[in-house]
Design a protein around this ligand. Structure first.
Ligand SMILES: [Zn+2]
Length: 580
């Protein structure tokens, strides 16, 4: 990637030099004015030809000039919009490498449980929601995590509450509360009743209905068992027009949220064909700002072929990747391990897609020209996925480096498998912020040796030659790239402990992981990821220089502007008085 970019850039800068010389000979000819000029700042381009400039100019959505304030001055015409950076930092727009776009929007219309600190607090939020709800209306929430609770609920089974506590405040409204990881949910009696879940219901393959000692479901549904709950049951169906309108609103909420966090492109980790159609409609209506690269959670070859699209709507949407899930999450002990959990010796977690099925999907991906992205957290899941990828490359005589297949999360890897990422050209699609939020339970679950050897081993992976990307898995975490950048360069958990600091990234590595590496992982490095001549003018301006300020100040940086295709999509509402 690097070699190729450098080559392109060299050609471009030579061309620019020739033009500059010709220009000087003709007494600085007037140039066509830019649409937008940024000046007076520190612009980190990640482009080897001009790593740092003071100013840049954009026209028709692309970058047309980079240089000193003086060099860019001639691009300012009467109609040019000028952003005075006043010393602030501008960087290539953040590319979120793995998030769930629709889920980000949904969180805005559901109970947001991300900040809850106890089960009692959650129950009282549900009680509040019930008061405002119509009779029988579903109460839907998301974001709870038992590791954040100050005490264990009473009574409890495996540390989780029982549904009686919810039934008390919501006897008639069905309730479903999704775990922060998305890998479990908690429901009340009404929700189970409407969906026919009883003591006799068997756990589905790849999932578990948690039971109490009498054999009754507790309300906790792990992994695929969550799919037993359909929130359409028992409520009057929305008309198709109402359902479509709700989807549009959710997409707009998501768009607003991500651009306010400085994100110019987002890689969506798995949507349906029908959602892709809705997104296209929103793009056609001009109601979407962020650029989306969306993985499909569906695998029908014919529909994949029909849906494949690159750069739809002026580079707003690309669909050419399939997403499947290899295992669950570590916190809920759903991650599939080679050896048992250190704190649960009878369990090795579980695969959520049989390996044979992964092979079938891998062949579909090759046949339809899609990238394949498989979620793998545990070391067993990572090994199986690498095996599936390697077999598919071999069988189809493909060089893995041309395929750019991705392991989503790549969180816990056996030492023997780490070099395989680089060797096979497999992308480690990771999330910096998961490292610091999961840190408190990684060592209990895995033991110190496995944690040190293979947990979030960014440096080891990069040394293997692998491309490591970055993101947040929102709404599992907040979609804020600054928080994930901070986690990436410090590996410092909320309790102040640093989780194996030798694996942290430098500021420059972290910025690359959030920009050009994500672009590469989507075959988009020719149009995104650096501020280079001819690339899309996708730029994030921050209030503080996260490349140089002390570690502990990074999280105080705010997004001043999010610029997409040379247009200001978001600007910080009011400059706070006395802002530094
Ligand atoms: Zn995800």
């Amino acid at each position: 990637m690097r070699t190729r970019n450098t080559f392109v850039l060299t050609v471009l800068s030579l061309a620019a030099a020739v033009i500059a010389v010709a220009g000087a000979a003709q007494q600085a000819p007037t140039v066509r004015p830019a649409d937008l000029v940024l000046r007076g700042g520190k612009i980190v381009t990640l482009d080897a030809a001009k790593p740092e400039v003071q100013a840049l100019a954009t026209r028709n959505g692309a970058i047309v000039a980079l240089g000193t304030n003086a060099e860019i001055a001639r691009y300012v015409g009467p109609a040019t919009q000028v952003v005075e950076l006043r010393g602030r930092l501008a960087i290539p727009g953040f590319i979120e490498g793995h998030a769930h776009f629709f889920g980000i929007g949904e969180l805005k219309i559901q109970l947001d449980l991300m900040a809850t600190k106890s089960w009692d607090q959650i129950v009282s939020m549900v009680a509040n929601a019930v008061e405002k709800a119509k009779p029988g209306q579903w109460i839907i929430g998301r974001g709870w995590h038992q590791e954040k609770w100050s005490s264990t609920p009473q009574p409890s089974v495996e540390g989780f509450p029982t549904h009686a506590s919810l039934d008390k405040v919501s006897p008639n409204n069905p309730v479903v509360l999704t775990h922060a990881s998305g890998h479990a949910s908690f429901v009340n009696a009404k929700a189970m009743e409407l969906n026919g879940v009883t003591a006799a219901t068997k756990s589905p393959e790849g999932g578990e209905i948690l039971h109490d000692k009498d054999g009754n479901p507790t309300g906790l549904l792990r992994e695929r068992a969550s799919r037993l709950i359909d929130t359409k049951k028992g409520t009057p169906q929305l008309t198709p027009a109402e359902a479509a309108d709700l989807e549009r609103r959710v997409l707009e909420f998501a768009d607003r949220e991500v651009i306010s966090k400085g994100i110019t492109s987002l890689q969506d980790a798995g949507s349906s064909f029908s959602l892709i159609d809705r997104v296209k409609e929103m793009i056609d209506l001009g109601r979407m700002n962020v650029r989306l690269w969306m993985m499909l959670r569906e695998t029908d070859p014919k529909r994949l072929a029909e849906t494949r699209v690159v750069g739809y709507g002026n580079n707003k949407l690309t669909v050419r990747a399939i997403k499947i899930t290899g295992d669950g999450a570590l916190g809920s002990r759903g991650a599939w391990l080679l050896e048992p959990y250190s704190d649960s010796p009878q369990s090795v977690g579980l695969p959520t897609t049989p390996v044979a099925q992964m092979r079938v999907v891998a062949q579909t991906a090759v046949d339809t020209g899609y990238q394949l992205c498989i979620h793998a957290i545990g070391d067993r899941a990572n090994r199986e996925v690498l095996n599936v990828f390697e077999e598919a490359f071999k069988k189809n005589a493909k060089n893995g480096k041309d395929m750019r297949w991705r392991v989503e999360h790549a969180q816990h890897i056996n030492a023997a498998d780490i070099p395989r990422f680089g060797q096979l050209g497999v992308i480690a699609a990771m999330q910096g912020v998961h490292c610091t939020s999961d840190a408190p339970w990684v060592t209990p679950r895995l033991g110190a040796q496995r944690a040190e050897e293979g947990a979030y081993v960014w440096q080891k992976l990069m040394k293997s030659g692998a491309v490591v990307t970055n993101g947040t898995d929102a709404p599992v975490e907040d979609v804020d790239p600054i928080a994930s950048f901070y986690a990436t360069v410090t590996r410092k958990a909320a309790n102040g402990e640093v989780f194996y600091g030798d694996q942290k990234m430098s500021r420059l590595e972290a910025l690359r992981s959030y920009t050009i590496n994500n672009a590469f992982a989507a075959f988009e490095e020719d149009i995104k990821g650096t501020l280079s001549l001819g690339k899309l003018a996708d730029i994030t301006v921050l209030t503080k220089d996260i490349m140089t300020i002390p570690d502990d100040d990074i999280r105080t940086a705010k997004v001043a502007y999010t610029i997409i295709g040379g247009k200001i999509a978001y600007r910080m509402p009011v400059a706070p008085a006395g802002a530094k």
